[in-house]
Structures are given as structure tokens and as C-alpha cells.
Design a protein around this ligand. Structure first.
Ligand SMILES: [Zn+2]
Length: 294
């Protein structure tokens, strides 16, 4: 039902030409930060080919600097930033495309999962979306106890198969990828104690800086969840910006610790991708979700 709706909306947007109107009129001085997770190279290649014709891909640093300087004059109209979350293993396969299109996306990685055979808690096999959503409402300690009891999952357990990028892959990618932290283990930060929260945020910065010998300036909130407390800790940890999952474009008025995003489905065909660049399907999905549940 939801897929059918999605396709209808994507087709309507394509036919109406509204995606062109939004791009040409609205996106002259607004920047979209696209958010991916684990796109297949075949899908990502189509998106990049389309972007290369109609948009300019800029770096996250360029956008954040412009926001701080309150000056978008150096940003080409119709610009997008590409971000990829978590540090999924198959992200390595995107490397030839990044070289081909000469773009340098930001990859937000969980620093205690990359380079290990530990697993992402939200990728536990057999876990339904509803179960996962319920877990996101438990305190961090309760969630971990529940996962241990029901699935034998442990954050630091070593599994036979690898889910995240390894160190050799990361080092191979550093020229073409801006690596930035996304906590250590991907907890839901507002449900962490203050100590856990500081450890996850500052700890991930220290981990990645040590690993790559660079300074990390940008953060993204796992699951997009944050409160004033997280903003304060991110600031105090020395970050310049943080990306949320709040849907929308970024302007000179956007707060650097509440950067907005345009979520892109990892498997989006070209019509849906074009539609998602307008943010209409994502906004509709947000409104319709509670209704479709009933
Ligand atoms: Zn994430």
C-alpha cells in the first residue's frame, strides 16, 4: 500500500514538473543535505548521473562555513551535500563512483563498530520495524538488557560476519570521503544518561581523530534524535555542526547544530529520487504514517 502510494506520488510529481519548479525557484539559496545509508552502486550511480546534470554537489564544510559567515555568495545555486550514515560495509563499493564524479561526501560512522566484527543493534535479524521503534523509547540500559535477553545481542560482542567498513577500506577511502563521527554504538542519545551521552559524542570524536589523524568538526545524531542537552554536549565537544533528520533545506538562518536533511531511499529509482529531492514524499509519509497505522 505504502509503496503504491509512493510510486503514485513520484509519478505525479514527475508529470507535473513540480520538481523542476522547486529546483529552479526554491533551491537558488537553499541547500539540501541528502542522507543515505547503504545504497547499492547501481542505484547510487543513477542518482549521481542525475545530480551531475541538474545540481552541484558541494562539501558539508562549504555549507557549514557559509552558514557561519552568513554568506551564501560562494555557494552555487541548486547545491546539495551528500551524507551517508553509519559506516555500512558495502559503502566501499561506492568509491569508484566518488572518483568518477569527483565528489567528496561526508560519511558519518559509528566509531566502535567500524573496524570490528561488532554489529549494529538496529540490524538484528528478524527484528520488526515496530519492535525496533519500541526499543527506541527505552532507556539506553533497558534497551541493551532487552536486546541481550531476547536476541543475545551485545554491543561489544564479536560476530562471525562483518557489517561495517574495516580500517583498510576506510584508509582507502579517506581521499574521497570526509569521515565524521556518528557516536560510538548508535544509541538513542536523549535516552542515554548524561555520562553515556558525553562518552558517545566526545568518545566518537576522539576515536576517529586518533584513527585518521585529522580533526573532526561535524556530527550527526543517531536516528536524528536530540534535545537541548545533546546540542550543548556536541558544541562543548568542539564540533562546528550537527545534522538532524528534520526534513527540509538549509538556509543562512539554519542553526549549525540543527542542520536539516533530505532523506533519500537507498533503493530509489530515478522517478522517486527526483520526487524525494522536492521533499514532498517524505513530508507526506510523515503526515500519513499515523493514519496508515490505524
Ligand atoms: Zn545512523
Amino acid at each position: 500500500m505504502r509503496n503504491l502510494l509512493k510510486n503514485i506520488v513520484a509519478t505525479l510529481i514527475s508529470l507535473s514538473g513540480i520538481h523542476i519548479l522547486i529546483r529552479e525557484l526554491l533551491c537558488r539559496n537553499r541547500v539540501a543535505i541528502l542522507m543515505y545509508h547503504d545504497p547499492k552502486p547501481t542505484v547510487f550511480a543513477k542518482h549521481l548521473a542525475y545530480l551531475s546534470h541538474h545540481w552541484t554537489v558541494i562539501s558539508l564544510q562549504t555549507l557549514v562555513s557559509a552558514i557561519y559567515q552568513k554568506d551564501f555568495s560562494q555557494i552555487p545555486p541548486k547545491s546539495v551535500v551528500i551524507t551517508i550514515d553509519d559506516g555500512h560495509r558495502w559503502n566501499i563499493e561506492l568509491l569508484p563512483l566518488l572518483k568518477q564524479y569527483r565528489i567528496r561526501p561526508t560519511l558519518f560512522v559509528c566509531t566502535q563498530i567500524i573496524g570490528t566484527y561488532r554489529h549494529f543493534w538496529f540490524k538484528i535479524a528478524g527484528q520488526s520495524k515496530a519492535e525496533r521503534e519500541k526499543l527506541k523509547k527505552l532507556s539506553n540500559a533497558e534497551r541493551l538488557v532487552h536486546l541481550k535477553q531476547t536476541t543475545d545481542f551485545e554491543q561489544e560482542k564479536v560476530y562471525p560476519d562483518r557489517q561495517a567498513l574495516n580500517i583498510a577500506e576506510i584508509k582507502k577511502m579517506t581521499q574521497d570521503v570526509d569521515f565524521q563521527p556518528h557516536t560510538q554504538f548508535h544509541p538513542i542519545l536523549p535516552y542515554c544518561t548524561e555520562t553515556e551521552c558525553r562518552q558517545e559524542i566526545l568518545g566518537s570524536k576522539t576515536d576517529l581523530e586518533k584513527l585518521l589523524g585529522i580533526e573532526c568538526s561535524h556530527f550527526s545524531y543517531p536516528n536524528g534524535d536530540y534535545t537541548e542537552r545533546e546540542i550543548e554536549i556536541v558544541k562543548a565537544s568542539g564540533f562546528q555542526s550537527a545534522r538532524t533528520t528534520n526534513i527540509g533545506w538549509n538556509t543562512l538562518e539554519t542553526g549549525p547544530y540543527q542542520l536539516k536533511t533530505v532523506p533519500i531511499a537507498d533503493d530509489a529509482g530515478l522517478p522517486l529520487f527526483r520526487a524525494q529531492l522536492t521533499t514532498i514524499p517524505q513530508r507526506m509519509n510523515k503526515w500519513l504514517r499515523p493514519l496508515l497505522k490505524k
